[in-house]
Ligand binder design. Structure first.
Ligand code: AMP
Ligand code: MG
Length: 470
């Protein structure tokens, strides 16, 4: 038996100006580093679990039967600047299985590669593998990781580094930028086709462009509230990295915060902090405004459509505020929120910020005191805040501890642990990779083997910058 993927490819039936047929480039010596069997089961993949064979397929060296590899075209605003043409420069979509896209990332250059080599190095591939799977286990919509394969080839970055390919799974790879490129080219027919396709695939209850926009806005608002609630910073929320499905996509310089600071930025290229932790709610509204703009030509740019779309976008900050409040209220054990909870939440965040307290552990401290002190306890306002919080919890009909246990993970992928895992992997040791994957599969529980993952970085371990890894 050989690998069998029950492909049913729909994107290739769209107008062929939306993509290029592109085969992955075979690699020298593929070696399987990680394979996600439960995700493979979800996709209906059968036939082999031989690591040698899996490595050939998920490095792009052998193309599975039924695959129709393409590179997808899109454009986007990068750091607010319009880039009229992007596209998969180093990725190919093999096809779709059980409704999910299966994409190889780092599989060689495509017509959209510009000057890039079409490759990825081991670090970002393993980082995306671990972090995207951890996000999924945290209950946050995300693309998934099916496989990580080393290529046996060196690629040139600041220095020669081992090459790797990630197999990414998404409910689709349609981005805001996919709509933008068609609008910019005034390809109204293509735009309508893409809209119909995206509606059928993601929001079948929508029947107009305005309804579609509303669905995407609601999904993205939920997603960003979720990110905020675990201290996640995407780092590069360009419109080409913003999925119509509402899944987290394109893990580049992303990071989870240790010490809480609303202005936290890790990405080395985000010099002005456009994509800082606390800016994410505004940025997503900006991105949704770009989506709205790109849908307008379908309505002949009519005043009525402009007004309707504007109203949808204008409602987004309020919607996000409510979702944000619900998430943080749950973190404080409050399942029924009221307006005054916003102040209670903000005061706690201010205490954490003042003390540069660890975000994850501070909420765990409130949950069950199971972590060492984080510094919040010694803040001048903490006793008073704690009394208000205790009184507020009394008003709840649910058990606060139960609500908190489901909202406050013990562990998140901390930058220094990810970096340590990558350093080991470069040296050929994948022990930490496997240990992290095992631990992050259940972030709301802890055992002694995962206890070390609750520790914030020491001064020496602290990671202050992350990189795109392209
Ligand atoms: P990203 O910052 O990863 O979202 O990528 C932005 C654009 O650059 C996308 O069109 C990518 O496909 C492209 N790109 C990134 N890295 C490479 C590479 N090594 N080779 C070719 N294209 C790349
Ligand atoms: Mg991208």
């Amino acid at each position: 038996m050989t690998l069998h993927i029950p492909f049913d490819n729909t994107y290739v039936s769209l107008p062929n100006r939306l993509f290029s047929h592109q085969k992955p480039t075979p690699v020298r010596a593929p070696k399987l580093l990680a394979f996600n069997q439960s995700l493979a089961d979800t996709l209906g993949i059968t036939g082999t679990n031989d690591p040698v064979e899996l490595a050939r397929f998920f490095s792009g060296s052998t193309i599975p039967d039924g695959a129709e590899p393409i590179a997808q075209l899109y454009a986007g605003h990068q750091f607010g600047n319009w880039n009229p043409q992007l596209g998969d420069g180093r990725a190919v979509l093999l096809g779709e299985s059980n409704g999910y896209d299966i994409q190889l990332k780092g599989s060689g250059p495509t017509p959209y590669a510009r000057r890039g080599d079409g490759r990825a190095w081991l670090g970002p591939v393993l980082r995306e593998y671990v972090v995207s799977e951890a996000m999924n286990a945290l209950g946050i919509p995300t693309t998934r990781a099916l496989a990580a394969v080393e290529t046996g080839e060196e690629i040139m970055r600041e220095r020669p580094l081992p090459g790797a390919v990630l197999t990414r799974v998404a409910s689709s790879h349609i981005r805001v930028g996919t709509f933008q490129i068609l609008a910019a080219r005034q390809d109204i027919e293509g735009l309508q086709t893409l809209l119909d396709y995206a509606i059928a695939r993601h929001y079948p209850s929508a029947s107009t462009s305005a309804e579609f926009l509303k669905h995407v806005v609601a999904k993205q608002a939920t997603l960003i509230a979720h990110w905020m609630s675990v201290g996640f910073i995407h780092g590069v929320m360009n419109t080409d990295n913003c999925a119509i499905s509402g899944e987290t996509i394109d893990y580049g310089p992303c990071a989870f915060m240790d010490a809480f600071h609303p202005g936290q930025v890790f990405s080395s290229i985000d010099r002005r902090g456009r994509y800082a932790y606390g800016n994410q709610p505004q940025i997503i509204a900006w991105n949704m405004a770009q989506l709205a703009t790109s849908l307008l030509p379908l309505e002949n740019n009519s005043d009525a459509a402009v007004e309707e779309f504007t109203n949808i976008i204008n409602e987004m900050p309020g919607m996000l505020r409510r979702l944000w409040q619900d998430k943080f209220a749950s973190k404080l054990g409050l399942s029924e929120t009221k307006d005054s909870d916003e102040a209670l939440i903000s005061q706690f965040l201010a205490i954490m910020a003042d003390q540069e307290a660890d975000f994850t552990n501070s909420f765990r401290y409130l949950t069950d005191g199971s972590v060492p002190e984080t510094g919040i306890e010694t803040h001048k306002d903490f006793t008073m805040w704690h009394a208000q919080w205790a009184a507020r919890k009394q008003e709840q009909s649910t058990t606060p501890e139960q609500v908190m246990a489901k909202s406050n993970p013990f562990i998140i992928p901390r930058n220094h642990q990810i970096e340590a895992m990558i350093t080991q992997a470069i040296a050929g040791d994948f022990d930490l990779l496997h240990r992290l994957n095992t631990a992050f599969a259940s972030p709301f529980s802890i055992d002694s083997a995962a206890e070390y993952l609750t520790s914030p970085p020491t001064r020496e371990e602290k990671v202050t910058q992350t990189f795109c890894g392209t």
